[in-house]
Every structure is written in structure tokens, then in C-alpha cells.
Design a protein around this ligand. Structure first.
Ligand code: BYC
Length: 473
């Protein structure tokens, strides 16, 4: 069970007074950050029906109650230890996992934990204005559920920094609250977390594609030889699943509504004239958030990734499904851009391709989600289909970032890119249109904005017209 102390935890925090004091010192700074940079307009007068973790067993984290957001019980929860756990891959495979950080890997581990930690508050900052444009109370509640859990994931990384990295770790924990998404002088570390999320199509695509990078990165960190990192990320993964549910069903409900509107209008009408979101716009937002999230997996050829793998710091997703855990002789064949700008195939040592291996896993997981969206069109007897763009499209990181490709992966000149990019990526006009149909938030229980269908069921078996967010008198 999780203790009911000032900082709820299942790590016996009260037995380590120094750590407890350090975290209690950080806590008010966190709350101040949450008030300044968290959901705007929903801090003091609203009660939200959220799920809070009360223990880490399968039933324990599904405890629902109304809370004011700044009073959410953020805490430190690690998944239960696995008896006699051994390092599962790399040069130390088979040795017992580490309970402390080995000096020689301190910098690398700190860097991984800081990068992971940085994304969590970043996403809350990106989403902080969305409550003012919500399509329903059900969606508003889901947004806040995602936000409080990202806040908890920040707590998880800050716990590791404070516990295992001494003074440096404490400084890094403060920096995590000092950087700001989109800030010119102090931006967040990874690019996708500096992109604006100002409408709900962005939000649903972000939770579908970017949170899914969270899933793939957390799966790979949960293999880590640093056992506290593994246990922390394993518990985070249980929460991550809900975020992807929000994204996938959110886009699915938009597609459903678009199909309904098209049917009503006899398929010939421009769905925007009926206040819906047209399929080409949905496709452009897929293109944008999928490509931004591909970047989050890093460079295709990475000596950092090879070294993380060799040292057992970061593995592959579901490492146990692979036969060879040493990966010393294997090669990975990947598409490369030659110096002349042509495409070729090249074999590289598999360890240096670990970012790409994880990206493969990620692309497969995304494709399954897009296939589920396409079944909605099929159900309506419509021929429209959505798809993932080619991996080379719109890349900002890696060897394709200096070149231009269309969504099919065919090279395009700079001139053509400039001319055609808004066929493939959202334009100002698309964004203005979305903001126009989201200008009026829907706060009436059971009502939904015209561009999105209601969900199939409510939260925690509550009815769809339940008042998921209440205003205090
Ligand atoms: N943007 O050798 P490489 C989540 C830099 S999402 C900017 O590939 P490495 C969540 C890199 O820093 C999951 N810069 O590097 C989702 C390095 O720079 P320096 C977050 C980038 O180290 C939704 C250089 O390029 N978790 O949880 O293998 C809501 C060399 O690249 C980017 C993690 O990311 C980029 N996209 O980096 C809330 C896991 N990519 O030092 C939460 C931890 C690379 O040479 N992080 N660079 O100047 C990692 O595992 C690794 O740091 C990366 C790849 C996967 C990011």
C-alpha cells in the first residue's frame, strides 16, 4: 500500500530523512510550477473526477474521487521488485541488477533520466490552455487525468535524481521546473515538446503518437540494469496506457462524427461547411505528430544508443522476446541518404542501430492504431483511408533531416516542398478553422461539440452525462 504521508509513497520514504527533506523542499516549487504552468483556469474552483494511485497492484491504482487539481496526491510509486532480477542484455547480461548507480555510468544514466523527466512537465505546459476549448466534460476530465499523471511521472524521475545523483540530481530537479515548453531561452530538451498544442486535434494526435513514444521509451528503460529505474518506469507504463486510449479514441470519435456528417450530407458536401473535421485535415495532423514523434527516437546511427545497450542502461522494448541479448555480431540494414542525396541501403552494427530498432517497434504499434481508425470508415461503407507517412517525411532529427521527402518517401526539391508542404502538413488556415469550431467550450454534462462523437461509455462505469468536472459554488 502507499503510505498517506505528505508525499505518498511506497518506497518507505520516512526511513530516509535526508531524502524526505529534500523532496519536501522540492514539493512547494512543484506546486507553484503546477499553478503557473498547469491547466489554466481550473486550479481553484473546480473538482475533477480523477483516478489516483493508492497502491501499485492491478486494482490499487484505479481509485476514483473528486479532487481539486493542485490537491492531487502526487507521489512516488515503484512497481514491486522482481526477486533475483538479472541484467537482461548487453555486456553485463546475467549479472545481478544494480541497486545503486555505478560511478562510470553516472553521467549517462543522469542524462537519460533528465531527458525522460523533461518531457513530463513539458507536455502539461503544452496542454495548459486546452480546458478553455474542450469538446465536453468527459474530455476535459481526461485531459486533466493525463496532466496529473504526467506530473506524477515528473515526480518519479525527480525521486531518482534526488535519491541517486546527490547535489547534481537536486540541481537537475530544479532545472526540470525552470525550462519551459516553447521558451526561446530555456526550451524543453526534445523538439516535439516545444511544439504548440492549441487545439484538441493536436492533443489527441499528441496522446496517440507522442505518448506512444513514451510507451516505447519507457518499455526500453524498464529493461534497465539500474533496478530503481526499471521499477519506476514499469509503474509509469500502467498509466501511459490510458493516455494512448485518450488519443486513439479521441481521433476515432472525430472520424466517427466526420463519417456521420458526410452520410447526412450525401457524401458530396464539404464537411467543414457542416462544422466537422475533414479527412485531409486529420491526415495532415497524423503526418505532423507521427513525424515529430519519430524524431523522439533519436539518430538512426547512434553511438550513444550502442553504449546504452552495451552497458545495460537502456534495452529494446520487450527484450525477452529477442533471442540474442548480446548483439555483438548482428547487423541492421537501413536506408541511408548518400552524400549525393540519393537513397541507398547499408548494413551497420546492430548495437549502433538500437534507436532504429525501437523506432521499428514504435512504427508497428502506430500502424495497428491507424488500422483501427480505418475500420471506422469501413463500417460506414466509405472508401477513405488514413495512413502513416513514410519515415523520411518531415524529419528534424537524423540523417533525413537535411533532405525533403513527400509522404510516400519520394525526394522533393526545396522549391516543391515550399509549394506543397501545406498539402501534407497543417496550414495556418487549417489551424484557424479548428480554433473556430473549438472557440466555445462545452461544459454541459452529456453534451459534445459538433465535430466529435460521444464515447461508447463513461469513465469508471459512470454514465456519459456524469458531471466529470464540477464547479464549486
Ligand atoms: N530533439 O545519438 P542520439 C514521453 C540529440 S516521451 C532534440 O540519437 P541519444 C512522454 C541528442 O540529445 C519519451 N535533440 O542521441 C510523451 C544528442 O545531443 P547532444 C521520452 C535530440 O542520446 C508524452 C544528439 O541529438 N523519453 O515519455 O541516443 C507526454 C545525438 O543523438 C533529439 C526519452 O526520450 C530530439 N528529438 O538520444 C509525456 C528516453 N533526439 O548531446 C511524456 C530518454 C536526439 O549530442 N532519452 N537529440 O548535443 C533517450 O533515450 C535518448 O536521449 C533519445 C535519443 C531517445 C532522445
Amino acid at each position: 500500500m502507499i503510505s498517506p504521508e505528505k508525499i505518498p509513497n511506497n518506497v518507505n520514504l520516512s526511513s530516509n530523512k535526508r531524502l524526505q527533506r529534500a523532496l519536501e523542499h522540492w514539493q512547494p516549487q512543484y506546486i507553484q510550477w503546477w499553478r503557473d504552468m498547469g491547466p489554466q483556469g481550473f486550479q481553484d474552483y473546480h473538482q475533477v473526477y480523477v483516478r489516483t494511485a493508492v497502491s501499485v497492484d492491478p486494482s490499487g491504482w484505479a481509485h476514483f474521487e473528486f479532487v481539486k487539481l493542485p490537491e492531487y496526491r502526487w507521489g512516488i510509486f515503484l512497481a514491486d521488485p522482481v526477486h533475483d532480477r538479472r541484467i537482461g542484455f548487453g555486456d553485463f547480461a546475467g549479472q545481478p541488477v544494480w541497486q545503486e548507480v555505478p560511478g562510470e555510468f553516472r553521467n549517462q544514466l543522469r542524462r537519460l533520466i533528465v531527458t525522460q523527466g523533461d518531457t513530463e512537465p513539458a507536455s502539461v505546459e503544452q496542454q495548459r490552455w486546452l480546458g478553455q476549448r474542450c469538446p465536453s466534460l468527459y474530455d476535459l476530465r481526461n485531459l486533466f487525468q493525463v496532466n496529473v499523471e504526467e506530473g506524477r511521472h515528473l515526480w518519479a524521475m525527480v525521486y531518482l535524481l534526488h535519491s541517486y545523483f546527490g547535489r547534481d540530481g537536486r540541481d537537475e530537479a530544479e532545472e526540470l521546473l525552470a525550462r519551459q515548453s516553447g521558451n526561446r531561452d530555456k526550451p524543453r530538451i526534445l523538439d516535439a515538446f516545444n511544439e504548440p498544442i492549441d487545439n484538441w486535434l493536436d492533443f489527441f494526435m499528441f496522446t496517440m503518437f507522442t505518448d506512444r513514444d513514451g510507451k516505447s521509451q519507457l518499455l526500453s528503460l524498464s529493461e534497465s540494469s539500474l533496478d530503481p529505474l526499471s521499477r519506476t518506469t514499469r509503474f509509469m507504463l500502467t498509466e501511459e496506457a490510458h493516455h494512448m486510449f485518450v488519443g486513439e479514441t479521441g481521433v476515432g470519435r472525430i472520424i466517427e462524427r466526420t463519417c456521420q456528417l458526410l452520410r447526412q450530407a450525401g457524401f458530396s458536401e464539404d464537411v467543414r461547411r457542416l462544422g466537422g473535421i475533414d479527412v485531409p485535415t486529420i491526415q495532415k495532423f497524423i503526418n505532423l505528430w507521427f513525424s515529430l514523434s519519430l524524431d523522439l527516437h533519436g539518430n538512426e546511427i547512434s553511438t550513444n544508443a550502442a553504449s546504452y545497450f552495451a552497458n545495460g542502461l537502456k534495452g529494446r522494448a520487450q527484450e525477452e522476446k529477442w533471442d540474442d541479448h548480446l548483439v555483438t555480431d548482428q547487423v541492421y540494414e537501413l536506408e541511408v541518404a548518400t552524400s549525393g542525396g540519393h537513397l541507398d541501403r547499408r548494413a551497420i552494427p546492430m548495437r549502433t542501430a538500437m534507436n532504429e530498432v525501437l523506432r521499428d517497434w514504435y512504427v508497428g504499434d502506430c500502424q495497428a492504431g491507424v488500422d483501427r481508425w480505418n475500420r471506422i470508415f469501413e463500417k460506414h461503407g466509405m472508401s477513405e483511408r488514413l495512413r502513416l507517412p513514410d519515415r523520411k517525411f518531415n524529419r528534424g532529427i537524423g540523417m533525413f533531416s537535411s533532405l525533403r521527402f513527400d509522404p510516400d518517401g519520394a525526394p522533393v526539391s526545396d522549391e516543391n516542398w515550399q509549394r506543397r508542404k501545406h498539402e501534407w502538413l497543417p496550414s495556418e488556415g487549417d489551424r484557424e478553422y479548428l480554433l473556430s469550431i473549438m472557440a466555445e467550450p462545452v461544459y454541459e454534462p452529456g453534451k459534445f461539440a459538433n465535430y466529435i462523437a460521444p464515447p461508447l461509455r463513461g469513465i469508471n462505469r459512470m454514465p456519459i452525462d456524469f458531471e466529470y468536472v464540477r464547479t464549486e459554488a
